[in-house]
Structures are given as structure tokens and as C-alpha cells.
Design a protein around this ligand. Sequence first.
Ligand code: GAL
Length: 341
Amino acid sequence: MKKEHFVSDTTQDYYSYQLENSKIKLRVSDLGGTILNLWVKSPNEKWLDVVLGYEDPKAYLQNTDTYFGGVVGRNCNRTENATFSLKGRKYNLSKNENNNNLHSGPDGFQIRLWKVTSFLEDRITFSLDSPAGDQGFPGELKVSVTYQLLADGIQIFYEGLSNEETIFNFTNHSYFNLNGHQSGDVLQHQLQLLADFYTPVKDAASIPSGEILSVEGTPFDFRESKSIGKDLFSNHVQLQYTGGYDHNFVLRQEEEQPFVVAKGDHSNITMKAYTNLPGVQFYSGNFLKNEAGKEGTIYRQHNGLCLETQFFPNAINTPSFTSPILPKDIKKSFWTSYRFE
Ligand code: GAL
């Protein structure tokens, strides 16, 4: 366990923290609770950093475009018309993508200073007190995010408590490349996504239509492992809207079973992910464009894949989707783990 200065802005200093064991090294920052590096011991005993990230620490101060590795909250993904109602009151968020809200707006939690409330050999907790009205959301929210090192991976716990009913929908926005972050596109990664249904979007603005459709016979059927690139360029209208995969999949909610098994075709590193959340946004890095990445790497389209566990996009405005509401004075927690073989 190691703490180092990471970056400073005009008012504060941010630090990085490293946790490690014989198979995994995790480096995170109190700037956004961000995962900066995740090194995995590869089958040939070399350490491979399997997440994308910026070369320049200062870029994380403005991480509102790629969201590399950041903790996204209070509500990840999209809210239609940037508005919702709770208990008969209307709340407005900022319109930072078309007419909609994406990832809670320009003052996202991925660019905030989090407080380190516990730092142990194999675990670190970041906490944040978000005042009522923050980003437009009701309720004073106390939130914490804990990264726990596992023998073969990491587990992320999100815990929230609010003094008013509010939305609690956090994710981590890491981009994985299981061949190593600098290895180019992930189109030949093998991906198995154990989801029978997905939530199609209305149009290119990516708000779900509210339907829950079967993946059967579509490019969204990853129930048998296939390469990410196999159907990505098909002319399916859903892929045309989003320029590749950028959709929410409905998870089977079998917490003991992985919802994803992904394999790097060069490294032979396999990642299995587990969660107790109802959905995952599988995003194939469609908007990545000449990002100045770690070790001088230039990241291009499809150089990483995100598996953002979440309540479904725009769930607050979609009665048929599981509610992302956190009741008043009741603590809730969610978790996601990523394990490597
Ligand atoms: C994803 C979102 C994408 C894109 C990305 C950040 O969660 O679904 O459309 O906005 O974040 O660049």
C-alpha cells in the first residue's frame, strides 16, 4: 500500500493510492475515486495494465468526456429531458448531451475530491457528502465507494444514505483492454454476455424506448461467446444509432454467476464480472478518438470496452424499469467485481 501525490489544481491536492498482491495491482485516486491502473499478472508472468487512462494527470481534472476509470454519480447514464419527478416535485438536471442529462452533468463525481475514510492493506474507501440540490438531485446524500482487492481481482462497493428520497445509481467507468491498455482495438476480444434481453434506444440520442427486447437473432446476442467485432458493423438500426455497442443489457441477477466472461485474444487473460445490479451498459468505446493515453499511447475508436453496471438508463422516467430510488434514511449498497484468470 502506497500513497503518492497525483495532481493539484488551484485549490487542492489529489493523491494516488496503490493496493497490491501477487496477482493484482490497483492504483486509484481520490480525484473522482478513479481507477488509474489495474495491473494483472498475465499467464507469462508479466504485469499488464488492463484499463485505459490519461497520460497527463491534469486530464483527470476535466474527465467529462471519456470518464476514464471514474466513479459516475449520482445517476449514471441518461435522463431524458434532464428532468424527473419524485413525490410530485419536479427536479431539473443540466442538459449536457442534446436535450438530455448524461452521467449527472458537468460537475460529476468523477472530477470531485473524495475523502479517504479508510486505507488498509487490501482495501480503500472514498467518501463524499453531497448536499441537497447537488447536480439538481434532492436529499443530502452520503456516499462511499470501496475498492477491495481480491486474490484474483477487485470488488467495488457503493453505499448510499440520504435524508430525502432520491436517486442512487453509481457506476465505475473503466475501459478494459485485456491485451493491455496500449494494444489497439478490442474487436478480437471474445465476449460472453449472459443477458437474454436488452433495452433498445429510440434514436441516436440513446434514450431507451422502454421496451425490453430479446437478444435472440440479433447482434446483441452474446450468450455464446463471440468476438466483439463479429456483428459490430452490421446494419442493425440499433448499432447505426450508436456507432457500435452502447446499450443496456438486462442481467439475470444470479449474483454467484458471472454476467460477463471476456478474453483478450493476445494475452489470454480472461475477466469475469459479477454484480448485484440489474443492468450493464456495454459500451464498445465508439467515441474514443485520439485520446492521449498512458505511456504515450494514442487511443482510438474501440480501443477499450466498458461494462458499466447500473440501473437501466432513464429508469426514473420509465415505470417498466427497476426503480433507482433510494428511500429516505435507508442505507443501500451495490457491488460489482472484476476477476481475472
Ligand atoms: C457511456 C455512454 C456513451 C458515452 C460514454 C462516455 O456510458 O453510454 O454514450 O457517452 O459513456 O464517452
